[in-house]
Design a protein around this ligand. Structure first.
Ligand code: NAD
Ligand code: UDX
Length: 484
């Protein structure tokens, strides 16, 4: 069999960009992306795509209607396809056994059942969603229990490693493509087919093949390792603030060791996004279920440290603003979980803002890409507040950062958008309440310059001795009992 038709179930942050790039690089293959959401499909077929990713619009415009199609006709797409990607969401369970930790596989199961119900002929089913190890076994079970004469399936694991904001670049130049398959003649043939698709643009040496279970676990492990690096440098940032060391300098020194490497050592207000927290919790849950409590505790600490970092930053804002933010206006720069995306899932901004709102601060929020209604939804959802009306009164969403800072007591930077670096902060200072504060939760601004023009400046992992104002808790360093 040569793959001529691909179907992708799930037109989200993974399914959309991944299949757009496949269609672009494989003009000989027809790619049909389907979703149960009519709105999402309508957006994929419109001028304004449902997600913002640099470079994506050009790719979609070139391929859409040629060999890339978006529709809600899931059954038709499954029937026509030789290879089916499952790219649906696998969020943390919010109910029942494993609530708050296990991955919710209901969408995966629905896809497997739908494929079993309507598929004709031989199909390769590819698990692209991030799933717990051995999920492919369940998919295979559902498919084989419902098989009909003349229909056969091979299930592969092909986790996606793209990061939002750089999805197109990551897909075009992946560090590796991972394919896990059954160790059998049919399994090898299916792996060869998927390898052939990637080989249209990815060199063979970058395509790793493993057993299905190793592939599934490698995805969870990769995200856990990345998140662990962020939590590690954030833990060091707390030590820096307490001792007078500078976390940026420490990160450079540590990262120069080629065994450690310099990437993912940017201290911050904490990691966000739809993956790290969910996949860590899933790993913890799996370890607990396998009676490996020490392993579970180890990885749990990575997410605990992240929560500590967000809370620590929010508390520091209140503390610096003379221990009260009640009725004070704070301009929040950035709401997305990282730059170059409009995605707010698990954004640290949600946690920091909700802490400040609890303290009755008024928030003027500006983000270049996040929709106004998304911010309102995130801050008024039941998981965040029991009083959505009160929150609604305390927040204002702005489309101009210069408007957002008028009469504000402080600016709080929560996403590392490039445009924040080049603002005219002198102009902003002139319309703010004095003393004016700036809290850089992403370490992107020129702090020395801000101090020079008169901002009281605070950031992660560094204390500024030249700040004129004393911290409410006292600006003297503690005497270290372990020094001479
Ligand atoms: P998403 O929520 O953006 O998209 C999932 C889509 O699947 C939604 O549009 C939803 O309507 C659709 N869907 C759900 N059930 C369906 C069904 N039965 N039939 C048809 N459509 C259905 O999710 P995402 O961010 O694209 O993530 C998808 C998977 O990829 C997750 O397992 C995630 O962990 C993993 N992943 C995500 C990223 C990322 O950066 N977002 C990166 C790597 C891996
Ligand atoms: C992550 C993985 O990187 C990707 O491989 C996987 O497929 C999906 O999950 P993503 O969540 O999109 O990607 O973004 P990523 O760049 O990993 O950043 C995650 C969070 O960590 C962001 O909030 C980011 O701001 C934060 N981060 C990242 C830091 O705080 N410091 C760093 O040094 C790196």
């Amino acid at each position: 069999m040569v793959v001529k038709n691909i179907c992708c179930i799930g037109a989200g942050y993974v399914g959309g960009p991944t299949c757009s790039v496949i269609a672009w690089k494989c003009p000989d293959i027809r790619v049909h992306v389907v979703d149960k959401s009519e709105l999402r499909i309508k957006q994929w077929n419109s001028e304004k795509l449902p997600i913002y990713e640099p470079g994506l619009e050009d790719v979609v415009k070139e391929c859409r209607g040629r060999n890339l199609f978006f529709s809600n006709d899931i059954e038709m797409a499954i029937k026509e396809a030789d290879l089916i990607f499952i790219s649906v969401n696998t969020p943390t369970k919010t109910y029942g056994i494993g609530k708050g930790r296990a991955a919710d596989l209901k969408h995966i199961e629905m896809c497997a059942r739908k494929i079993a119900e309507v598929a004709e002929g031989n199909k390769i089913v590819v698990e692209k969603s991030t799933v717990p190890v051995r999920a492919a076994e369940s998919i295979t079970h559902i498919l084989s229990a419902n098989t009909r004469p003349g229909v056969s399936f091979q299930v592969l694991s092909n986790p996606e490693f793209l990061a939002e904001g750089t999805a197109v670049e990551n897909l075009l130049h992946p560090d590796r493509v991972l394919i896990g398959g059954e160790e059998s003649v049919e399994g090898d043939e299916a792996v060869a087919q998927l390898t052939w698709i990637y080989n249209h643009w990815v060199p063979t040496e970058k395509i790793i093949t493993t057993s299905t279970w190793s592939s599934e676990l490698s995805k969870l492990a990769s995200n856990a390792f990345l998140a662990q690096r962020v939590s590690s440098i954030n833990a060091i940032s707390a030590l820096c603030e307490a001792t007078g060391a500078d976390v940026s300098q420490v990160a450079v020194a540590v990262g120069k060791d080629s065994r450690i490497g310099s990437k993912f050592l940017q201290a911050s207000v904490g990691f966000g996004g739809s993956c790290f927290q969910k996949d860590l919790l899933n790993l913890v849950y799996i370890a607990e279920c396998l009676n490996l409590p020490e392993v579970a505790m180890y990885w749990q600490q990575v997410t605990d440290m992240n929560e500590y970092q967000r809370t620590r930053f929010a508390k520091r804002i209140v503390e610096c603003l003379f221990n009260t933010v009640t009725d004070k206006t704070l301009a929040v720069f950035g709401f997305a979980f990282k730059k170059n995306t409009g995605d707010t899932r698990e954004s640290p901004a949600i946690y920091v803002c909700s802490h400040l709102l609890e303290e009755s601060a008024r928030l003027n929020i500006y983000d270049p890409k996040v929709e106004c209604k998304q911010i309102e939804h995130d801050l008024t959802s039941a998981a965040v507040t029991s009083d959505p009306e009160r929150v609604q009164q305390l927040i204002n969403i702005y489309s101009d950062p210069y408007e957002a800072v008028k009469d504000a007591h402080a600016i709080v930077v929560l996403t590392e958008w490039d445009e924040f670096i080049s603002y005219d902060y002198r102009k902003m200072l002139s319309v703010m309440k004095k003393p004016a504060f700036i809290f850089d939760g992403r370490k992107i601004l020129d702090h020395e310059a801000l101090i020079k023009i008169g901002f009281h400046t605070e950031t992660i992992g560094k204390r500024f001795s030249r700040n004129t104002l004393l911290r409410a808790s006292g600006d003297h360093f503690p005497s270290f009992s372990w020094t001479l």
